[in-house]
Design a protein around this ligand. Sequence first.
Ligand SMILES: Nc1ncnc2c1ncn2[C@@H]1O[C@H](COP(=O)(O)OP(=O)(O)OP(=O)(O)O)[C@@H](O)[C@H]1O
Length: 327
Amino acid sequence: MSDERLAATDLTVGYRRRAVLSGIDVTLRAGELACLIGANGIGKSTLMRTLARAQSPLTGRVELRGRPITDLSPRELAAELAIVLTDRVAAGQLLGYDLVALGRAPYTGWFGRLDDTDRRTIEWALDTTGSGHLAGRPVTELSDGERQRLMIARALVQQPSVLLLDEPTAFLDLAARLELVKLLLSLTHEHGLAVLMSTHDVEHLLRHADSVWLITPERELITGAPEELGLGGHLRRMLGDTAAFDPRTGTFAWDDGHAATARVTAPNECPADLLAWTVRAVERAGYRVGEQDPAVTVEVRASGGWRVGPRRLDSVQALVACLRDGG
Ligand SMILES: Nc1ncnc2c1ncn2[C@@H]1O[C@H](COP(=O)(O)OP(=O)(O)OP(=O)(O)O)[C@@H](O)[C@H]1O
């Protein structure tokens, strides 16, 4: 199909002595944000690097816009595909601006002289990634999160049609993570880029990704919409016996099938966030919140605080302690 940007066929990735993942058939399309998830050491980075031609497949092939990726010159490849890895860059004496400017290499001449278009693109990428203030700073002096923003800016100035990011949120603070996801959604949904990112920030990404590439503990790659993987039970099984995905809350949690049920009631005028935080506190105390056969009822009081049976509780700590005592 014409919107196929990156396609792998019967791909085996790994190292000289060992295949890490095999039998991979997968496609990344224009306008798609795909999220690659799986346990530590399962093969996410190895797959990413192979898709980007940073390492060779053991068998099978990768096509970029219908062309075998091995047929592209380095310049053609860099103008079509950018990858942001977690490896530390050897930045020497480079300033932030210079590091980002390196991404323009596929478009500049032999001497890397920047023209107005290059400079505008660099300014845009610095601005978009919130790293304008880092342009004049030596890269070696930057924090991991600051450097990560510049690496993303460097990938953006390549103006690729395919963007691969290996754990791009690992060093980012919460605000920067949210900004990055917002940026990736705009790049995919509004500008038609194809983006694949690996992440351990699963709960967050499941909310936004168009598709999930999940590597199971058996090293099988399963792809689908987040909801399809949820309905197929794949998310539930992802962490083995450690925890299970709760689609209601969109989080992974201990799968405590024996938790008692607590009913939570509140007056009509109860603010939504007070009710929501009460539910969280009740769950933190070890209960499942529901209506069926409740072992305890927690009442949010119109006059403030909570009531559990005859007990009035004025603080969240007191509420949780009371519930942990069995109400
Ligand atoms: N250069 C290498 N030579 C041999 N084996 C390697 C090499 N690099 C990684 N491996 C092995 O390949 C397997 C997959 O590693 P990879 O880095 O792809 O996992 P990952 O899913 O990205 O893990 P993480 O979530 O911890 O980053 C691991 O068992 C790792 O030890």
